[in-house]
Design a protein around this ligand. Structure first.
Ligand code: ADP
Length: 475
């Protein structure tokens, strides 16, 4: 085996190579099932005899998809670290240059380097930059060049035999929907794993990982504080959680304290929220016209929450004292088993449409702002989850098993199905908001006057407000 140092720098500046990443599965927390799935691949890469003799099939490509900052790169490095194999990384955008022939030759370089150190891992971040659907609109130009690069990747992946020189290709993207279906076919990226936003328990576990090298007054206090932060950080990514702890560490040092305390953590949390929401924390700072939008948003969320009550997450109160890109409505955490049915998911998608639908209805499509951003994203994400992960829709299960064989043109189908669900959800949501328009107005008025409203009063208004009958909307 050649020493990794011999990988000439000048030859391939765009490749970053590590002999050993030093990252393990212990560094990735939450979503434990992902690690279990990847463990098997690691054993095969390590040439475990148990697998060798049985001729067990190792995927050539693993595609990790999910929002930025959820740990996809970390997972890829952990696979390399656990298997003890070298790691060759490139970014999809590095392949896309206007010079003819560069993309294909860079792909060749990358695979040649990895192969001479096999078993090894190739990681292509933002693979959508090079692997988006062919024949689509050529945004940003360089289409023909990109296509050459993509074809080269396909050729390389088809070319190697699994048994002799095992190179595992890991791709990462947050745009599964625009990937060329050819990439997802058997023998290419035929293991697709979604890396989503962490749950509350997941967030706690991630915080614990990043608190390993930080000082707290005691183990008990650390647990309590991190639980609290996990509670407050719905929709945060692993990278954002890591930032909170780093920031808290810096604040602690600045104040010359020995231990991270509650104040520092909450301060860091506030800052982190600020960086991605440009939020304003003090209601006196919120301009009147934004307050009106905010009140309508919260009222629409409240009405939908009454119309389709979530059995596992009763709402408790809302306010217009602060402004974020996700609704202010608070919910009680109910412990115990969640057993969501398809209808629960559908209702959740309809509920999530409320901020976007009301804003468009009240202020007009050209006059929208960002206060419905997170909810809209959530709706689309839920639809994708329902389709791909639950097996409750037309091709959910097939997708997870041996996806591309059973489901040709997967990305196009996913998009079409998601559009169908979203269209229904938006229509249904608009119909509910029209039917309960009077309740929406009443709740909005109360919010503008008192800045907050409790669940009890919301329910009362919902039940006694006059309704305007609407045509039936069916899925
Ligand atoms: P992505 O590739 O999905 O954009 P990264 O792997 O670059 O995300 O994540 C950035 C950093 O955030 C990681 O290096 C890690 O420190 C932290 N992080 C993200 N997700 C997790 C997780 N699930 N567990 C532990 N740390 C995480």
């Amino acid at each position: 085996r050649r020493a990794l140092g011999s990988l000439g720098k000048s030859r391939a500046k765009f490749i970053s190579a590590e002999e050993t990443t030093g990252v393990t599965f212990n560094d990735f927390a939450g979503q434990e099932y992902i690690k279990r799935e990847l463990q098997e691949i690691v054993r095969i890469l390590k040439n475990d005899e148990e697998f060798q003799n049985k001729g067990i099939y190792c995927p050539k490509g693993v595609l990790l998809h999910g929002p930025p900052g959820t740990g996809k790169t970390l997972l890829a490095k952990a696979i390399a670290g656990e298997a003890g194999v070298p790691f060759f990384a490139a970014n999809g955008t590095d392949f896309v240059e206007m010079f003819v022939g560069v993309a294909a030759s860079r792909v060749k370089d990358l695979f040649a380097s990895a192969r001479s150190f096999a078993p090894s891992i190739i990681f292509i971040d933002e693979i959508d930059a090079i692997g988006s659907k062919r024949g689509g609109p050529d945004i940003g130009g360089g289409g023909a060049e990109r296509e050459q690069g993509l074809l080269q990747i396909l050729t390389e992946m088809d070319g190697f035999k699994v048994s002799t020189s095992q190179v595992l290709v890991i791709g990462a993207t947050n745009r599964l929907d625009i990937l060329d279906p050819a990439l997802l076919r058997k023998g290419r990226f035929d293991k697709i794993i979604r890396v989503g936003l962490p749950s509350k328990d997941g967030r706690f576990a991630i915080l614990k990982v990043h608190a390993r090298n930080k000082f707290f007054r005691s183990e008990e206090e650390k647990e309590v504080l991190l639980q609290e932060i996990a509670e407050f950080t719905e929709d945060f990514t692993g990278a954002e959680l890591q930032n909170i702890l780093n920031e808290a560490g810096i604040l602690t040092a600045r104040k010359d304290l020995d231990y991270i305390g509650r104040d520092e953590l909450l301060e860091a949390l506030k800052r982190q929220k600020g960086t991605f929401e440009t939020g304003q924390e003090d209601s006196t700072d919120i301009p009147e016209d934004l307050k009106l939008r905010l009140a309508y948003r919260e009222a629409s969320v409240a009405v939908l929450a009454c119309y389709f009550p979530d059995p596992y997450r009763p709402f408790t109160e809302t306010d217009i004292k602060s402004i974020h890109s996700q609704p202010n409505m608070c919910y009680a955490e109910i412990s115990g088993r969640v057993f969501s049915k398809k209808l629960d998911y559908l209702n959740a998608i309809v509920r999530a449409c409320a901020p976007r639908v009301i804003e468009e209805e009240m202020f007009g499509i050209d006059n929208m702002c960002w206060i419905s951003a997170k909810a809209t994203l959530e709706a689309s994400r839920l639809a994708e989850f329902l389709i791909l992960q639950t097996g409750m829709t037309a091709f959910g299960k097939a997708y997870y098993r041996n996806q591309s064989d059973l489901v040709p043109n997967l990305a196009a189908k996913l998009e079409a199905l998601r559009e169908e669900y979203m269209r229904f959800a938006v229509e249904k949501c608009a119909s509910v908001l029209r039917e309960y328009h009077s309740a929406v107005e009443t709740i909005t008025d109360i919010l503008l006057e008192k800045e907050e409203i409790k669940a009890e009063e919301i329910w009362d208004i919902f039940k006694r407000s006059p309704r305007i009958p609407q045509p039936v909307v069916n899925p």
